[in-house]
Ligand binder design. Structure first.
Ligand SMILES: Cc1cc2nc3c(=O)[nH]c(=O)nc-3n(C[C@H](O)[C@H](O)[C@H](O)COP(=O)(O)OP(=O)(O)OC[C@H]3O[C@@H](n4cnc5c(N)ncnc54)[C@H](O)[C@@H]3O)c2cc1C
Length: 455
């Protein structure tokens, strides 16, 4: 079988990403700046009767409220899985923006009513009918704080991921709808033409983005695949192969990931992200290597050949094809963090990549190494490929027989060019230690690429 070579146009170069990223950030800033002008250009009568510090409090409170509402529009955009944004920023980074933006919204929403009541000497509105938009706003604020707290400290609330995700999606939808009603009725400002139109246009865009997400969930169309093989791949790990159901295979680059949703008699129909460990140079099937680490992944071995799988992707920019061309490659993987490296190595072997490549792979025991035979073969297929295994526990007992730290890494990386591209994919603590170590050893931060298996 002849290997398919990827077209380099499939990825944006770093320069194009920086330019397009700059344009996106500029447009977002313009939108926020436009929203900020509203309390100045369309003053409500309540501001006209205030003077001095009270006026400043009232106006600042309104400005913060409008800014929080403008940021809510981005919140939805950021989780809309727009391919264009993924190709510029990568979905993992976008989800991090989403989390930070959520915290900013909660903070602004909290300070906004405090400043507004400060303008009236902290006199609380009487609990009467005419102040219903204010009390609705208070409800939205409390609900938003709950949504933000459970999103950032989910484990403290003992919230299982799938239940939390359902609560988060539905809760956000309700909070946004109530927030729009609050904005439209709380102030005279939003009774004037332009601000009101802006609210309706923004609400329309939010509704379109949410409908698109729901539509994609319920009408998978070309994203329907069929499970063609499920087999063990090392301790507690299984490989799952899928083939397209009539449609086309995903056009991905090595190292990217996708969201998979099985429709199976034995595995819950939940959506989970996994790296596509197969190579795009062999486009007849996709493979995922899944380690059973939790509730859902421990059932993956129950998947049966012939069952349906919906696949949404590809996403992410963790790939040697996105980094600077022709530089040496150093890969540091922890456990199942090998999957993006596996896809890249398979691709590089298929296209006879002549680069020097070093893989340092840490596993708990030898039994945790997935596809050991294939990695031995890769050493023969790739002329300049070196692999170093680090085993942290001896099989059978818990004696530590090796650990990756800065000193060990420094020894292993002797003779490797400091401008090599470094790819790191491993659990959080190891990621922190490895990133710090490679930078201290002298590798350039701009050439260190990281992927954490967490969104
Ligand atoms: C980009 C990316 C690539 C990944 N690639 C691989 C891979 O190749 N092989 C592999 O074995 N694992 C991979 N993972 C990890 C895998 O997605 C999780 O281990 C799996 O979703 C855990 O599900 P669980 O219910 O079994 O575990 P749980 O114990 O319920 O969850 C463990 C953690 O996984 C995350 N998680 C759980 N459910 C979801 C979900 N539905 N969507 C998103 N995150 C969730 C949460 O942070 C949670 O705290 C990848 C993750 C990401 C983000």
């Amino acid at each position: 079988m002849t290997a398919k070579r990827m077209d380099s146009a499939a990825v944006f170069t770093l320069r194009i990403r920086i330019a397009l990223g700059g344009v996106c950030i500029f447009l977002a800033s313009l939108f926020i700046a436009g929203a900020l002008t509203i309390p100045f250009l369309f003053e409500s009568p309540s501001i006209l009767y205030k003077f001095g510090i009270e006026k400043t409090f009232l106006r600042s409170g309104k400005v913060l409220g409008v800014t929080a509402a403008a940021l809510v529009c981005f919140q939805v955009l950021l989780v809309s899985r727009l391919k264009f944004l993924d190709r510029i920023f990568s979905l993992n980074r976008i989800v991090t923006f989403h989390r930070m933006n959520g915290i900013a919204i909660a903070f602004l929403a909290l300070v906004h009513p405090i400043l507004i009541i400060a303008a009236d000497n902290f006199t609380i509105f009487p609990f009467v009918k005419r102040y219903w938009p204010e009390f609705l706003g208070l409800g939205v604020l409390i609900f938003s704080l709950v949504i933000t707290a459970t999103a950032n400290w989910r484990l403290m609330f003992n919230f299982a991921y799938d239940k939390w995700l359902r609560f988060h999606r539905l809760g956000t939808l309700v909070a946004i709808a109530l927030m729009i009603i609050h904005i439209l009725f709380v102030s005279e400002t939003f009774k004037s033409d332009h601000p009101r139109t802006l609210v309706f246009v923004s609400a329309g865009i939010i509704l379109m983005l949410i409908s698109r997400l729901w539509y994609r969930r319920f009408f998978p169309g070309k994203r329907r695949f069929v499970v063609s093989n499920v087999k063990p791949a090392g301790k507690d790990a299984y490989s799952v192969d899928v083939r397209p159901h009539g449609g086309q295979i995903l056009d991905h680059i090595p190292g990217q990931f996708a969201f998979i949703t099985p429709v199976s008699a034995n595995v819950p129909k939940e959506e989970h992200p996994f790296t596509i460990s197969s190579t795009p140079s062999r486009p007849d099937a996709l493979q995922f290597v899944i380690r059973s680490l939790g509730d859902w992944t421990s059932k993956i071995n129950r998947l049966k050949t012939g069952e349906t799988m919906f696949i949404d992707g590809p996403y992410g920019l963790f790939s040697h094809m996105v980094s600077s061309e022709n530089e040496h490659i150093i890969m540091i993987a922890g456990g199942i963090g090998i999957t993006p490296m596996l896809s890249m190595l398979r691709y590089m072997a298929d296209v006879d990549d002549p680069r020097r490549i070093l893989l340092i792979w840490s596993n708990k025991t030898k039994e945790h190494i997935v596809f050991p035979e294939e990695f031995r073969n890769l050493k023969h297929r790739l002329q300049n490929f070196h692999i170093i295994h680090v085993i942290t526990r001896a099989s059978g007992d818990e004696n530590e027989i090796g650990r990756l730290d800065q000193t060990r890494l420094e020894t292993l990386l002797k003779g490797w060019r400091r401008k090599s591209n470094v790819f790191i994919c491993c659990p959080f603590e190891m990621m922190k230690e490895m990133t710090r170590a490679v930078k201290k050893i002298g590798f350039s931060s701009a050439r260190v690429y990281k992927e954490e298996f967490k969104l």
